[in-house]
Design a binder for this molecule. Structure first.
Ligand SMILES: C[S@@+](CC[C@H](N)C(=O)[O-])C[C@H]1O[C@@H](n2cnc3c(N)ncnc32)[C@H](O)[C@@H]1O
Length: 343
């Protein structure tokens, strides 16, 4: 397997009991089932990408981050390494740092190394076992920082931890271009919610993947070793294991497509044959070539992203990018708590 060798994702321990409190508000089996039945019943079959992430999905994502083709992590880490001292200074001392979709918090460590007396770090992730194991590792590495994980769908409301009372300001880290999973209108709503979380004057440090050569994009979502394919197909394994589905994984294949009109890479699972699949007693017919659309990754221009952020009540304080302009990190400041400052 090709690896960049730059990032320590796979060297980290994912075992051990998590100490300390956490709030567990992740979707339960009923919600998973109703989302799956709704998605497979749609005229154009689809499944929400948040369900990629059980323990195996999180492990596979960490493996993707090390692939040569997946420039995303490597490039964003490079921008962070070059600018993290300035970023930490702009976030200020005694900041309470939230992170949406924190995963293994590898990028966050760069910030935690630099922040002055943070009031706490609140990683929020849907993949509970992975989140709690990561929180355990962080508590050992940063015993002086309160680590306050919340296992939750980040689109639902976040309850502020008591540490918020000691914070000078609130900031949110949202790396990985995960905002690109949302459709443009959804991303304005989601950014508006981020503005409410950090409050007026609060900061959001957000990474966006930029538009570039289509082949570079497609390779990043369809690597030669098939790790991204395994990640995509793991969603069907989850449905089999947790919802009693009978998907035959050898009858579906992974596909990455560039949608020029919408400026996004789409991941699909393509049925190779005419087949009927059962999930919880419901039958779903697939014709050959029919797909389940599992993820969108919208690609931005820095200018279009800044315009979107402004509609959600932010102004852009800083933009950092790499020499190839593959990726950018923007520092957004909430002007209001969620409305267009010029509206
Ligand atoms: C693309 S990975 C990014 C991980 C990490 N932030 C990075 O930049 O490498 C997306 C992360 O968000 C989490 N996630 C996806 N959808 C979520 C949701 N709706 N609510 C909470 N976490 C979610 C996943 O479990 C995963 O850890």
């Amino acid at each position: 397997m090709k690896r960049s060798g730059l990032h320590p994702y796979r060297q980290r321990s994912l075992t051990g009991e998590a100490a300390g409190a956490h709030v567990d508000e992740a979707p339960d089996a009923d919600e998973f089932l109703s989302d799956v039945l709704r998605g497979l019943s749609a005229r154009r079959k689809t499944l929400p990408c948040k369900y990629f992430y059980d323990a195996e999905g999180s492990r596979l994502f960490d493996e993707i981050c090390e692939l040569d083709e997946y420039y995303v992590t490597r490039t964003e880490v490079g921008i962070l390494e070059a600018n993290v001292a300035e970023m930490a200074e702009l976030l200020g001392d005694r900041c309470l740092l939230f992170e949406y979709g924190s995963g293994s918090s590898v990028k966050t460590r760069l910030l935690l190394d630099q922040l002055e007396s943070p009031a706490g770090y609140v990683p929020i992730d849907i993949s509970c076992d992975h989140l709690l194991a990561t929180a355990d590792d962080l508590r050992r590495a940063y015993p002086e920082i309160p680590i306050l994980p919340i296992c939750s769908d980040y689109t639902s409301a976040v309850t502020l931890p008591p540490a918020a009372a000691f914070a000078r300001n609130r900031a949110l880290f949202f790396p990985g271009s995960t905002l690109g999973n949302f459709a443009p209108d959804e991303s304005i709503d989601f950014l508006t919610r981020m503005a409410s979380l950090v409050g007026p004057g609060g900061l959001v440090l957000i990474g966006e993947d930029l538009q570039k050569d289509v082949q570079v994009l497609l390779d990043a979502y369809d690597d030669a070793d098939g790790v991204t394919a395994a990640f995509n197909l793991n969603l069907l394994s989850r449905i089999n294991q947790e919802l009693g589905g009978n998907f035959r994984l050898d009858r579906f294949s992974h596909e990455a497509r560039w949608n020029e009109k919408r400026a996004r890479v789409e991941m699909h699972l393509r049925s190779e044959v005419d087949q009927v699949v059962q999930v919880a007693g419901r039958a779903f017919r697939f014709v050959p070539g029919e797909t389940i659309w599992t993820e969108s990754s919208h690609k931005f221009t820095p200018e279009a992203f800044a315009a979107t952020a402004k509609k959600a009540g932010f102004c852009v304080d800083r933009i950092w990018t790499d020499s190839k302009r593959y990726f950018s990190i923007q520092l957004l400041r909430a002007v209001t708590d969620g409305a267009d400052p010029e509206a």
